[in-house]
Design a protein around this ligand. Structure first.
Ligand SMILES: [Zn+2]
Length: 254
């Protein structure tokens, strides 16, 4: 087998003395784990490349001893140098990388790949964004990501019994188990369910529908952060290690 594919480096794990196991997100082949033999040797075709977040053209050449795909060569297409110099943008990038690495389905998803690539390009290109701007963009990426992998929260109706939500409610309960927002009667049956403001829910919904909605306040963003955290933790059955590093993005005041 020999395949050439565009891919982003999600994770790198040293292997033996001079080699590297890399987790790649490939446009055409989804998540790949591959062995880059001798990656740390100066004469290696990977030397100086294969950094986290690098976009490469990966040439995969069959399976090696450990059953891993072998990375024959990796031509660097782009390396996000600007975002690596900014602690906040880097934190957002590393958080999203860990999320994608943990939750990415085995089946290839070119839409998801291009969304992820566009998000990293945006992070690399934006000069001195505010915390609120970064927090909104990250929430938008995560919301689309959940949608792409089929785990998007139900926001249009009650996730439990499909009843209509009260359009006048200022705050709306939700349940990760039910998979989204709850109507008033389901919320009453739940044991102290977490809540989001109607404006936060409307903004999240607008990301999907494209309908205009006022930008979320700092408080809305903090509530959406909690909602996304609960969804990720429920589906991944653990908290992401990079989660504390993005906390600073939620310190903006209205
Ligand atoms: Zn209900």
């Amino acid at each position: 087998m020999q395949v050439t594919t565009e891919a982003i480096v999600l994770r790198r794990i040293p292997y033996a003395d001079t080699s590297l196991v890399v987790h790649l997100f490939s446009a055409e082949r989804g998540r790949i784990t591959a062995l880059a033999k001798g990656a740390f040797r100066p004469q290696s075709p990977h030397f100086g490349g294969l950094d986290l977040l690098d976009r490469i053209e990966a040439r995969l050449v069959g399976r090696g001893d450990a059953g891993l795909l072998l990375l024959g060569s990796s031509a660097l297409q782009s390396s996000p140098r600007s975002l690596r110099r900014d602690a906040r943008r880097l934190a957002a990038a590393l958080y999203s990388v860990e999320l994608v690495d943990a939750a990415l389905p085995a089946a290839p998803s070119p839409i998801l790949y291009h969304r992820f690539r566009a998000w990293l390009d945006w992070l690399d290109g934006i000069e001195d964004p505010s915390n609120g701007e970064l927090a909104r963009a990250l929430a938008a990426f995560e919301s689309h990501f959940l949608e792409d992998i089929g785990l998007a929260p139900v926001l249009e109706r009650c996730a439990h019994d499909r009843r209509e939500l009260d359009p006048a409610a200022a705050r709306i309960a939700y349940s990760v188990r039910a998979g989204g927002l709850l109507c008033e009667s389901c919320a009453r049956l739940a044991d102290r369910p977490p809540m989001v403001s109607a404006s936060a829910a409307a903004w999240l919904r607008s990301l999907r529908t494209g309908e205009p909605a006022p930008p979320p306040s700092a408080r809305d963003l903090a509530e959406l952060r909690a909602l996304l955290d609960r969804f990720h933790t429920y589906h991944l059955e653990r908290t992401l290690r990079a989660r504390p590093a993005i906390e600073a993005l939620y310190r903006d005041r209205d």
